[in-house]
Design a protein around this ligand. Structure first.
Ligand SMILES: NC(=O)c1ccc[n+]([C@@H]2O[C@H](COP(=O)([O-])OP(=O)(O)OC[C@H]3O[C@@H](n4cnc5c(N)ncnc54)[C@H](O)[C@@H]3O)[C@@H](O)[C@H]2O)c1
Length: 323
């Protein structure tokens, strides 16, 4: 039987990649996106598309009445840490309040399988001995983005308790790289790898936010996960929910390896065989020094097998879409 998946945020970077790989795997896909940061041209022609907000109850009722949906993959959201420090209300509105409407309408239509794009930003600044970070680490977000995602995770836990929602929240670390058709195209782009590749190719100057962190070279360290491996983690989660496997609700998704900003700059220079010009500016508010995942749980329980955990491959695949 072919299952039908509603992909919210399916015109964006990660939701678009999910739609592509779900279609490749033989699932039916329906996309809901308000195009606030997404791109209509990235949606495949045959895919039913609803241009609306995840908080629009009327539009949601129409979608759930028109289609027999087996699961929702919820990628739609506001996702800029720095913007969240300046405009927290926007983050609580989209990532929590609007998302509640989605849960309510799902419940009304008896749709019970849900996969949520959570984030390592919920962990805040873990202690040194908590790195690589396990799911049990107590979340202490230091920005409204992380806080809004954590609040929604908490509401999922209670939806499970009260309304039998089957959910898996995947806490992504830093997503990067491209699939065959989809690539990072945020406006503004705030992510290091596309910015460094762009700087290498266009002779722009890359801004490095802070070189006074407590790390080996003073720059912030992140765990970069290839978007194709990330979506394969979603497909493992989806199969577990559909097959009603006994599994956990929360999983980290990363490789357990951290790269500093300077290490990424060096890797980009090596892969593209050109210099990256950079200057050092102040730290960005809300940026923790080190975020590295322990993802043993998803490997063990959902049989997630990363295949693209090579930083040069991530950079090469990013570079294919940047002229
Ligand atoms: N990119 C990362 O490294 C990363 C890391 C951790 C978590 N995440 C999470 O993954 C998800 C996807 O991130 P992305 O990088 O693809 O971002 P993106 O901006 O490319 O995609 C988000 C999509 O959601 C849509 N959208 C936003 N608000 C909406 C609303 N109210 N109603 C309907 N559609 C709406 C946008 O138009 C866009 O197409 C986000 O929830 C983000 O918090 C991303």
């Amino acid at each position: 039987m072919t299952h039908t998946i509603l992909v919210t945020g399916g015109a964006g970077y990660i939701g678009g990649t999910a739609s592509e790989l779900l279609l490749d795997e033989g699932f039916n896909v329906i996309i809901l996106d308000d195009l606030s940061t997404g791109h209509k041209e990235s949606i495949a022609n045959q895919t039913p598309f609803y241009n609306s907000k995840i908080g629009d109850i009327e539009a949601l009722n129409k979608i759930f009445s028109n289609h027999k949906i087996d699961a929702v993959m919820h990628f739609a959201g506001a996702a800029l840490v720095h913007e969240s420090m300046q405009n927290p209300k926007k983050y609580f509105d989209i990532n929590f309040c609007q998302a509640q409407n989605l849960l309510n309408v799902m419940n009304k239509h008896n749709v019970k399988n849900f996969i949520f794009s959570s984030t390592c930003a919920i962990y805040g600044i873990p202690d040194k001995d908590e790195i690589p970070i396990k799911e049990e680490t107590i979340p202490k977000p230091i920005n409204p983005y992380g806080e809004s995602k954590l609040l929604f995770e908490t509401s999922l836990k209670w939806e499970k308790e009260s309304n039998n929602l089957n959910f898996i929240a995947l806490r992504y670390f830093n997503v990067a790289g491209s699939s065959k058709q989809h690539f990072e195209n945020h406006k503004p782009e705030t992510h290091l790898i596309p910015l460094a590749v762009n700087a290498a190719k266009s002779n722009n100057t890359l801004k490095i936010y802070g070189n006074d962190y407590q790390t080996q070279d003073g720059t912030a360290i992140r765990d970069y996960v290839h978007v194709v491996d990330l979506i394969n983690a979603h497909i493992c989660a989806l199969k577990a929910l559909i097959e009603k496997k006994n599994c956990s609700c929360i999983y980290n998704v990363g490789y357990g390896v951290g790269y500093s900003v300077f290490e990424i700059v060096n890797a980009v220079q090596e892969v593209l065989k050109t210099q990256v010009k950079y200057n050092i500016t102040d730290r960005r508010s809300g940026d923790p020094p080190i975020l590295i995942a322990n993802s043993e749980k998803i490997k063990k329980e959902l049989n997630w097998k990363p295949k693209h955990n090579n930083i040069n491959e991530i950079i090469e695949s990013t570079s294919r879409f940047i002229t």
